[in-house]
Design a protein around this ligand. Structure first.
Ligand SMILES: Nc1nc2c(ncn2[C@@H]2O[C@H](COP(=O)(O)OP(=O)(O)O)[C@@H](O)[C@H]2O)c(=O)[nH]1
Ligand SMILES: [Mg+2]
Length: 154
């Protein structure tokens, strides 16, 4: 494996979660923020579903990172679980809707069982009209450990 600038292997993060939750859009935004030239789809609202893991490499805070944009469809669950076995951390991207928290339940269970460090990103916050606390309560029902809320301004 390639060495990062500080002589260690790159850190790696997998973006996982249900199809349509915004993983690929987030991947593109992260790569752009890191200075990569990203080919965005002509109509970002009609982005084709991801069918294979996309890998991007970038630097952040003087460390090398590999970012894996994973498919959300259950058909590709095997590939996603293989990716989770090798990453340093997973970001579970989910819809901002307590009623849909159950969609990430299998992932949260697997991450707890496999002891993969993870954070949950409540995405599409611009569309959210409910209470983040209610969303956290719903997600907590499926999480393997206590959740702590962090709100990041953008
Ligand atoms: N309103 C809103 N829509 C978003 C956001 N992020 C992604 N989307 C839309 O959600 C849809 C699915 O996004 P995509 O990145 O393909 O999801 P993926 O299947 O998880 O990779 C697309 O129509 C995106 O334009 C967001 O932060 N806010
Ligand atoms: Mg995708």
């Amino acid at each position: 494996m390639a060495k990062s600038r500080n002589g260690e292997n790159p850190r790696s993060v997998a973006l996982v979660g249900p199809q349509g939750s915004g993983k690929s859009t987030l991947f593109d935004a992260l790569m752009e923020a890191a200075g990569a030239v990203v080919k965005r789809p002509a109509d970002p609202r009609n982005r084709p579903a991801t069918t294979a893991i996309r890998v991007g490499h970038c630097g952040y805070l003087n460390e090398a990172w590999s970012i894996l944009d994973c498919p959300g469809s259950i058909e590709f669950a095997h590939d996603v679980h293989a990716a989770l076995a090798m990453v340093d951390i997973a970001v579970v991207v989910c819809e901002p809707d307590p009623a849909r928290a159950g969609a990430v339940a299998p992932l949260l269970r697997a991450l707890a069982t496999e002891q993969v460090p993870h954070i949950v990103l409540i995405n599409k916050i611009d569309t959210f009209e409910g209470s983040v606390a209610d969303d956290i309560t719903a997600l907590q029902g499926y999480a393997g450990s206590p959740m702590v809320l962090r709100q990041m301004p953008n």
